[in-house]
Each structure stands twice: as C-alpha cells, then as structure tokens.
Design a protein around this ligand. Structure first.
Ligand code: AMP
Length: 411
C-alpha cells in the first residue's frame, strides 16, 4: 500500500473540525481589525525565497522543497507566506491604489525539517502582514491582534517576547562586534554556528546549543536613537493596552529580512518547539525586491502547534435524524425526505437502503444520531414517519408534513 510521506499528515475528523473552528475565530478577529484575505500560490520561483527569506536562513538553505519543472524552471514550495504576499503586492500594483494594506493569508507551508512532535514538513500557518505603516502603532497592533486571536480561542499559558534588531544604521557595527567575539570563541561554538559565523553571526544568539554561555558573554546590541525610540514606543503602546511581555535581547528570529521590532509567542507546553508564532518588521524587504521603499511588519502562527495547546475540545456534532428504509417504494420517499431535511439545514444521515432494517438501525446508533426516521410500507399508507428516539428508545408516528417541525422543536 502506498503510504503518506514522512512529516506529511492526514487530518481526520474531529481534528479537522478543530482547525476549522480555530480558523473561523481567527477570521472573525482579523476581520474586526480590518485585515483582508489574500491567497497566494503554494509554488513560486525558487529565486523569490532566496531573495527575500534569504540564502543564509535555515528554511531556504536547508529546508526548502525545490524542483525543476519540465521547462527547466527552478521552483520551490513555499516555506513561508511573506515572500509570496510581497510579490503579489508588487505584481498586482496594490501599492498604486493603496500603499497601506492589511492582509492575512491562511495556508500550508512546506519545510524539509526533521519531523518530530510539533514539527512537520507540511503545516498550516496563519499569516498577517501590515504593509506600509512605519509607525510603532503597526507593531503594537499586529502583536495585539495575535494575542486577541489566542484569547478568543482560549489558548492558555503562552508568553510574549520582544526584541529590536536595529536598522541598517545600528546593526552593521554591532554585527562586526559580535563577529569578532564569536571568532575569538569559535572553539566553544556548535557546528552550525561555526558554519554561519560569517554569513549570519546574529543567529548564534538564539542557537539552542550555545545560547546559555553566549547569552551572558556576547556583546549587547546598542540601538541607534531612532530604533530606540521606535522600540520604546512599541512597548509603551503594548503596556497601555494591558499586554504583558518580556524583553529578550537574544531573540533574533531565523529570517534575514527582519529589522527593528521582532517578537515571539512561546508556550512551555510544546517542549523544545516552543514558538507558537513569531514575526517582526521588514522595513527594507519590499525595496530589496524591486519595489518602492515601503516599511512593513508581519507575523506567522503555526496552527498545529497552537491547536496542540488548546485544551477545549470542539463540540461534537451528531446527526439529528438518520433516515432508514428497507423497501423499494419507501426508499424513494425516504431519499426525497432526506433532501428536505438537509435543505432545512437539519443534520441528516442515512441512505444505507441496501442494508437490512436491523443493520441500518445499528449504523444509526453508531453515528450517535438522536432520531431514527423509518419509512416503510405502513408509513407510506398512513402518510407518516416512524420516529424512534435512539437515546430513550421511545417510538412514535409523526405525520409526514410535520416532520421538519418536530425535528426543529426537538433538536
Ligand atoms: P517561522 O516562520 O519559522 O517563524 O514560523 C512561524 C510559526 O510556524 C512557528 O512559530 C511555528 O508555530 C510554526 N512552524 C514553523 N515551522 C514548523 C514546522 N516545521 N511544523 C509545524 N509548525 C511550524
């Protein structure tokens, strides 16, 4: 038998319902905040991710699913949504009509990581981008929006961490300082950090293996006045909005394009994969992709990880009516009645008319239906339906034209 790929999963009911319910909550909140949905392709030119997410990022250099199509084009399955959204923003000229765009995207991402709990090769992200607003209120808004979604969905026990990565003015001198510190301590770094020391020294600050000793000893970032003001204002706005957060000077995030504010929502409940969502400012990304100079901020949330810490189970839904018939004429009428019930938005099961009455009843019981609706010869004669309450076992005959009324009253 052909099996699914490692790290790729089937999501069956009722888990699938958990996804839909969570997405619906997120949609409602994003709608209230004025974010509009954008859907972008799952596959793009490989070049797009190299140029935006960055060649030195793990998700591009190690984890991207790439392929060459029949026309010799180099393609990639999206490892994250921001590059596609920014491309769409530019390609569709959205900035000509309205440079400020508040967008969200819900979809699956692909990363060839080593699968483990909370880490898949295909997973769902909800992604938010606030394009075109340099004001700290945009930073605060997207963080508050994320928090609001979690609160509405009863996600508990998470913390919010914040940092500023500076800008092209203050980051390069810091990078140099950190680089020389790392070079002096190269023998104490893990393999990964040694490898990326020149390409992306900042990444060693949040390396899981090295960070304990690095955290204390590494030189600290000194923000320029602009960045410091920006960062202070973001914190002020969050505090004024009643949000609790922690400053984490070692949080750098994995992607190359971030500047200024970066943040992560973490939960200890998911073990080593502790980030449930994260994001930051990407003020120079749009320009670097050939667009105008438009500062932006966004985040991405991993839906699987979030769902794994929501304790509340979705409400199970069972058919209200299960339609049963075991003779030929009854079947046609039963089939038509099923559609009437479905049209009235009554959850209806049944239709297993090739099986015996007894086995149809057994299935009705198994589906946890409340009522079995039986239509046989006798019922046709008396223009009625036998309604059996599968919970109490009681049975009554109801006039055919009163059945919807009865079910609606006895939901
Ligand atoms: P990132 O774009 O790496 O910051 O990821 C944003 C969020 O997506 C993370 O906080 C996780 O919740 C989720 N995520 C990232 N990679 C995976 C993965 N391989 N499997 C499941 N969720 C993931």
């Amino acid at each position: 038998m052909i099996k699914s790929l490692r790290g790729f999963r089937d999501i069956l009911y009722p888990e699938s319902k958990k996804f839909t319910e969570f997405e619906n909550i997120a949609r409602r909140v994003m709608d209230a905040f004025g974010y509009k949905e954008i859907r972008v392709p799952v596959m793009e030119q490989k070049e797009l991710f190299i140029k935006s997410t960055g060649e030195t990022s793990d998700i591009v250099s190690k984890e991207m699913y790439t392929l060459e199509d029949a026309g010799g084009r180099n393609l990639a399955l999206r490892p994250e949504a921001t590059p596609g959204i920014v491309r769409a923003y530019l390609e569709n000229g959205l900035y000509n009509t309205q440079p400020v765009q508040k967008l969200f995207c819900i979809g699956n991402m692909f990363r060839a990581e080593r699968p483990q709990k909370g880490r898949y090769r295909e997973f769902e992200q909800i992604d938010v981008e606030y394009i075109g607003n340099p004001n700290p209120s945009a930073d605060a808004e997207v963080i508050i929006l994320l928090d609001k979604i979690f609160k509405q969905a009863q996600v508990e026990g998470y913390t919010i961490e914040l940092n500023s990565l500076g800008c092209p003015k203050c980051r390069p001198p810091y990078r140099e300082k950190l680089l020389s510190f790392l070079k002096q301590n190269e023998d104490k770094l893990c393999e990964n950090c040694v490898e990326r020391i020149e390409k992306n020294p900042l990444r060693s600050l949040d390396c899981k293996t090295d960070k304990l000793w690095l955290r204390d000893k590494a030189p600290k970032m000194k923000l320029c006045l602009d960045c410091e003001n920006q960062f202070n204002q973001v914190q002020e706005l969050l505090t004024a909005s009643g949000l609790k957060f922690k400053f984490n000077p070692n949080m750098v995030r994995g992607l190359d394009y971030y500047s200024k504010t970066v943040f992560e929502f973490k939960s200890v409940e998911i073990g080593s994969q502790d980030a449930i969502a994260g994001g930051g400012r990407y003020d120079s990304l749009i320009k670097s992709m050939g667009g105008p100079d438009i500062p932006s901020i966004g985040w991405a949330m991993g839906v699987e990880r979030v769902l794994s810490i929501i304790k509340k189970e979705p409400k199970a839904v069972y058919p209200l009516a299960f339609v049963i018939s075991a003779d030929k004429e009854g079947q046609t009428r039963a089939f038509v009645m099923m559609q009437e019930l479905q049209n009235a938005e009554i959850q209806t099961g049944g239709g297993l008319f090739s099986q015996s009455l007894k086995s149809q009843m057994r299935v009705a019981d198994k589906t946890n239906a409340k009522y079995a609706l039986i239509l046989g010869e006798e019922e046709i004669k008396s223009n009625s339906v036998t309604v059996k309450n599968l919970k109490s076992g009681s049975q009554e005959k109801i006039a055919r034209d009163k059945i919807i009324n009865f079910l609606e009253k006895n939901k």
